[in-house]
Design a protein around this ligand. Structure first.
Ligand code: ACM
Length: 673
């Protein structure tokens, strides 16, 4: 595919869909010819773009080995070969938009603003050979196909959330991650900095948040979430490191939105300062958590807590220029508030009917404080449970209906639903991933590249006004099962590419097959950048592994054809579409009869994520002629294994008692086949 793309581009025959660009630009007009990019290509720029140019120079140097010459627009003489970067605030483009004009003579990027220019340079980098590619060893000019692109983002919020509470990643890893976000024109890095299992941001006024709250005594090992490795674990970002990361992101036109969780997911903070919790309840003993899941320790709704949180948020606002400050708000169990006399007194004093209203009161108060700092509050969708504060923006994660509710109330939303954006879910079926090793463990679920791609974050909008309230979308990287950045990358890539196109490209231009083809080229950039991405799994084919055939008395659920029970793949399976009756069967007609008695086995029931559809009562049978059958073995716990006699030409799974559950046949295995 790659060589075809290149030769098409060289011949001046490139089409938008054949160029390795993700996200796909709004408009691409290809032309004859190409621009020769080489170390002699200089950058000529509008003065206002100095910072962007410095960055581009370092990026081109990393590719070619030589820093390109630069000059400002005012400079009289042209370079013999140049890329021009201009800003035109009057251009007929939305914010972040750009025009890219590549002709055999010159390359011109005109941005609506500096972000637009930057996105234009990302497009050029995607069109050049990847970093580390052997093409860069040769001085032969690299061809940039002649074209005209006019491009701008669909949504203003195009984000990735990274949880560093469950696992900590060194600053250099965070920067590398941000750089790859920029590669795909993403622009919001939502940094989940605090959780029950660790507080990761230095706060000068409260040193124990990191000396105590950044450390836990143990973590679950890969492969057993109910066990303890007994290893002390922790880490945090100093304020100097945070400033450096924010500057790094800002240079790449990425806003860092910090998240400080409240009132729940606060066990680490409460362990550092136990007086901030509901200390009047029986058995109060906060501890930095060593297991995943939802935990009961939540901030007490008292004055000392608000003083503390306002002081923390003051330092947070000093570090992060982001207009939005995320205050969490998800999964805050109300059990401690129900038990606490202090919390109950606050409810009485404020005339709050229940603990959910107490959370909304809490959020409203923090929202007012953030407004006093000229910031906007954003929180997970539970913040509406006791009434949604008017000025709050809601990050919708559970069900899109909460987003609809917020739109009706006039609030803004960011769509981050589990259905399409939870990158902590498996990319391939759980069984197939876990078969690769314990370190492939994920929280559960299955979110394929194609499902991510199919997302339309605006589907809940009832009218154009509501559509405007949808700021955008982002993917979530909850890190319980990501012990290092290598695993983060494995879960994030290439789904990040699908998300980028969801967030940037007009809905009408999206096409999964075309995206997949462009992804082939983009994955070469991941290879060059040594990104540990998950190779997309080829779609299942309705073919057995040896040309044998299958038949069944059952209906077929979706595309889970009978052939998938004998295709040799761990990630595919036959799935019947109804309850089972006695004598229902799945029969394999072998291509050639067995020349000797052979071990055979059948596994029914889905991979771990499917939870069932196991055969409760059945028998595995063999036949030479397909008419008379002999028993090989019964099914027990959904499995059957035994020896099929010499001459077996047919094997069948026969149901011996009705069952309500449907049937999954994962694979029929025959030794030596
Ligand atoms: C969440 O997944 N608890 C926002």
């Amino acid at each position: 595919m790659k060589s075809l793309i290149v030769s098409a581009a060289l011949a001046g025959l490139a089409t938008a869909q054949s160029l390795p660009l993700i996200p796909l630009p709004v408009s691409v007009k290809t032309q004859e010819g190409a621009f020769d990019f080489s170390v002699a290509t200089a950058i000529r720029y509008d003065r206002s773009l100095k910072a962007d140019v410095d960055l581009l120079v370092s990026e081109l140097k990393a590719l070619t080995g030589t820093a390109p010459q630069t000059g400002t627009e005012e400079q009289r003489n042209l370079f013999p070969s140049e890329i021009r970067l201009d800003v035109d605030a009057a251009a007929d483009l939305p914010a972040g938009g750009y025009q890219l004009d590549i002709s055999p003579k010159t390359v011109v990027i005109t941005g609506k603003d500096s972000a637009g220019v930057y996105y234009g340079t990302r497009t050029i980098l995607q069109l050049l050979p990847p970093i580390g590619d052997k093409a860069w060893k040769s001085s032969t000019p690299k061809k940039l196909p002649a074209l005209q692109i006019s491009d701008y983002p669909r949504f203003a919020w195009r984000g990735m959330m990274l949880d560093v509470g469950r696992h900590f990643y060194p600053p250099e890893d965070i920067k590398q991650f941000i750089n790859w976000m920029a590669f795909h024109k993403l622009n919001v890095f939502h940094w989940h900095l605090t959780d029950d299992q660790g507080w990761r941001i230095e706060i000068k006024k409260y040193p124990k948040l990191t000396s105590v709250g950044a450390w836990r005594d143990s973590s679950p090992p890969y492969g057993n979430r109910n066990a303890d490795d007994g290893q002390r674990y922790g880490g945090f970002y100093t304020q100097a490191q945070i400033k450096d990361i924010v500057a790094y992101a800002t240079a790449r036109h990425i806003t860092v939105v910090p998240e400080i969780e409240m009132p729940g997911h606060a066990a680490a903070a409460i362990t550092a300062y136990p007086e901030l919790g509901n200390s009047d309840i029986p058995g109060y003993a906060p501890k930095v958590m060593t297991r995943w899941g939802v935990h009961p320790y939540i901030f007490a709704p008292k004055e000392e807590t608000f003083q503390f949180l306002e002081n923390v948020l003051t330092e947070v606002c000093d570090l992060f220029p982001s207009k939005f400050i995320h205050i969490g708000g998800d999964e805050a169990p109300k059990t401690q508030w129900a038990q606490s006399k202090t919390a109950q007194e606050v409810m009485k004093r404020e005339r709050l009917k229940n603990e959910n209203e107490l959370q909304s009161w809490f959020v409203r108060r923090i929202g007012k404080f953030l407004e006093s700092k000229n910031r906007r509050l954003i929180g997970w969708d539970e913040i509406q449970e006791g009434g949604l504060p008017k000025t709050a923006t809601m990050m919708v994660w559970r069900d899109a209906k909460w987003g609809k509710h917020a739109l009706e109330l006039g609030n803004d939303v960011v769509m981050a639903t589990t259905s399409h954006t939870y990158f902590d879910y498996y990319q391939a079926p759980a069984g197939a991933e876990m078969a690769k090793g314990k370190e492939y463990e994920a929280i559960g679920g299955h979110l394929s590249l194609e499902t991510v791609y199919s997302y339309n974050p605006a589907f809940i909008a009832a009218n154009p006004a509501q559509e405007k309230q949808i700021l955008g979308t982002q993917a979530q990287l909850w890190s319980e099962y990501f012990k290092d950045m290598k695993k983060v990358q494995y879960m994030a890539f290439p789904r990040i590419a699908a998300l980028a196109e969801v967030a940037w490209t007009p809905l009408a231009l999206k096409n999964y097959n075309a995206f997949s083809t462009r992804l082939d080229g983009v994955m070469k950039h991941y290879d060059g950048g040594l990104v540990n991405y998950s190779k997309p799994v080829p779609p299942a084919k309705r073919e057995t592994k040896d040309g044998g055939t299958l038949e069944t008395s059952l209906g077929i659920y979706q595309n889970h054809w009978p052939e998938l029970a004998f295709d040799g793949r761990a990630d595919t399976f036959f799935w019947a579409d109804r309850a089972l009756r006695t004598d229902d069967h799945l029969t394999l007609h072998l291509k050639t009869p067995l020349a000797a008695a052979t071990a055979v086995a059948v596994v029914t029931g889905g991979p771990a994520s499917t939870n069932g559809d196991t055969l409760a009562a059945g028998v595995l049978e063999a036949s030479a002629d397909g008419k008379t059958w002999t028993k090989v073995a019964d099914f027990s716990a959904g499995k059957s294994s035994g020896t099929a006699p010499t001459g077996t030409g047919h094997l069948r799974v026969r149901v011996s008692a009705p069952q309500e559950n449907w049937l999954i046949v994962h694979e029929i295995s025959i030794e030596g086949k």
